[in-house]
Design a protein. Structure first.
Length: 171
């Protein structure tokens, strides 16, 4: 179950958080409405810059999992940046999403680059008609954004409303 870095990045782009395994290290996060949206982690953690209690959660659920990607802080008015030290990634999570890894691995975007700009092909007499330069450029940009969007732009978390606690993570 070893996948390329490109496949892992594309899965991270789909999920919206990091899943790469790493030894215990420091990462910096912003508090959003009393919640720290982090990369995937397991085990015990240390939060530098926050002194109150917290609850570990995975996508808002606090029970039944051994891996987490959120820290729900008891102090709702906490704000600013904090440093989280944790064991990043989870082998169990990677096993749980193995089907997603396999699907992304099969959908290699580099194969699509070969046909960018082709409007139609006729096999019998082998004729190929091409799109205009602008249409070809639009095809290339679409393929690159779909396949390698993580490298081009990173996801942005925006606060939407205090009434919908988890709404910010989906934008």
């Amino acid at each position: 179950m070893s996948y390329s870095n490109n496949t892992i990045r594309r899965v991270e782009q789909i999920l919206g958080y990091g899943i790469k395994q790493a030894a215990s290290s420091d990462r910096t996060y912003n508090i959003v409405n009393g919640v720290l949206y982090t990369d995937l982690f397991t085990g015990n953690i240390t939060i530098t810059g926050y002194d109150s209690t917290y609850t570990k959660a995975f996508n808002g659920h606090t029970n039944g999992v051994t891996y987490f990607n959120e820290l729900i802080l008891d102090d709702e008015h906490a704000c600013g940046e904090v440093v989280v030290t944790a064991a990043w990634g989870s082998e169990e999570f990677n096993i749980d999403i193995d089907n997603l890894f396999s699907w992304v691995e099969c959908k290699d975007p580099t194969n699509s680059l070969n046909t960018a700009g082709i409007a139609s092909k006729k096999i019998e007499d082998f004729s190929v008609s091409y799109k205009s330069a602008e249409e070809k450029q639009n095809d290339l940009m679409s393929i690159l954004n779909n396949g390698f969007g993580y490298y081009i732009r990173k996801p942005l978390i925006i606060d939407v409303s205090r009434k919908q606690k988890d709404a910010g993570r989906y934008f």
